[in-house]
Design a binder for this molecule. Structure first.
Ligand code: UDP
Length: 312
């Protein structure tokens, strides 16, 4: 099985490559333009006979043979995807087009790493797949949200028009080892700030909520989705329904790191969703999947990872 993973040096992509490369019958082709992906994420894979890295930006077409395509390429942290918003939009739209064309030519299945951001600042809670979302098309998050929405549209149009095998997973906030300590997202920020004894930067009043899924749980869901019958196209929500305020998260991080860092309140970014929690009824039904790792345990493993990076 030749498996293409775009964004394969990123947080989710590299963890997926490691999982897939364990099976010697798989040959993994990892594409990444290294915009936010990091070579150190795939260092342990580089010598393996069933792993190949190609530095490539999926905004540009590419011709190669693959049986399965996991399309995980796109900066995913708000500060990262807002740095070059036009390129972010191109990554989702042109990148998706290029991967769908590749899938069509190869008769391959393509699994799109979509996002809970398609729901925007959700007016329905928790969010089922049937909810159509509330996104400001002109706001600073739109380059990511609308790009991912358009990528979903492309998947279903290719499926209807050409019979392309598509699978769309809507991924909620995910964390764990491999996450760039400087990526600006809440868990990487809070843990690294706590470990360095620096102030914990809480945006807004900290009462906004998120639901955090440990990376191994998420990838189990992703792989089950790829293995599911062709009619399971999605969209399917994948995330952990445990919901926490950012203040609760900060407390848990302080407790688990034993840090004496103080909270520092910063302005809430524009269009920051107020609450987010996946309805995973469909994933349970179709994939017999639900997350297993509680936040405390996942945080402990993530703290260990960041401690290792700091040499502490
Ligand atoms: N956040 C925070 N402090 C930080 C980084 C993020 O309070 O240092 C908040 C942010 O405003 C948001 C939540 O944590 O409400 C999750 O942010 P993240 O960037 O991790 O993901 P997303 O907003 O894309 O869900």
């Amino acid at each position: 099985m030749r498996i293409l993973v775009t964004g394969g040096a990123g947080f989710l992509g590299s963890n997926l490559c490691k999982r897939l490369a364990k099976d010697p019958d798989n040959y993994i082709i990892c594409l990444d333009n290294l915009q936010t992906g990091r070579m150190e994420n795939i260092r342990e894979l580089m010598g393996l006979p069933n792993f190949q890295f190609i530095e490539h930006d999926i905004v540009e077409p590419i011709d190669l043979a693959a049986d399965q395509i996991y399309n995980a390429a796109c900066p995913a942290s708000p500060p990262a995807y807002q740095t070059d918003p036009v390129h972010t939009l191109k990554t989702s739209v042109f990148g998706m087009l290029n991967m769908l064309e590749l899938a069509r030519q190869n008769d391959a299945a393509v699994l799109q790493f979509s996002t809970s951001e398609v729901y925007g600042d959700a007016q329905v809670h928790p969010q089922p797949e049937t909810y159509r979302g509330s996104v400001d098309p002109d706001g600073p998050r739109a380059c990511y949200d609308e790009g991912k929405r358009a990528a979903e549209t492309l998947c279903f149009d290719y499926h209807r028009r050409y019979g392309t095998k598509v699978k769309v997973a809507r991924i909620f906030n995910t964390y764990g080892p491999g996450m760039d300590p400087h990526d600006g997202r809440v868990i990487s920020n809070f843990v690294n700030q706590a470990l360095r004894g620096e102030p914990i930067t809480v945006y807004g009043d900290g009462k906004q909520t998120r639901s955090f899924c440990y990376v191994d749980d998420l990838l189990e869901g992703i792989c089950r989705m790829m293995a599911a019958p062709g009619e399971v196209t999605g969209p399917v929500n994948l995330g952990n329904p445990g919901e926490f305020t950012m203040l609760e998260l900060a407390e848990e991080v302080l407790r688990r790191t034993g840090s004496r860092s103080k909270l520092m309140f910063r302005p809430l970014p524009t269009d920051d969703p107020k609450q987010r929690r996946p309805d995973i009824t469909l994933a349970k039904q179709l994939l017999d999947w639900e997350p297993k790792v509680p936040l405390g345990e996942g945080l402990a493993r993530t703290i260990e990872y960041y401690r290792g990076l700091m040499g502490k």
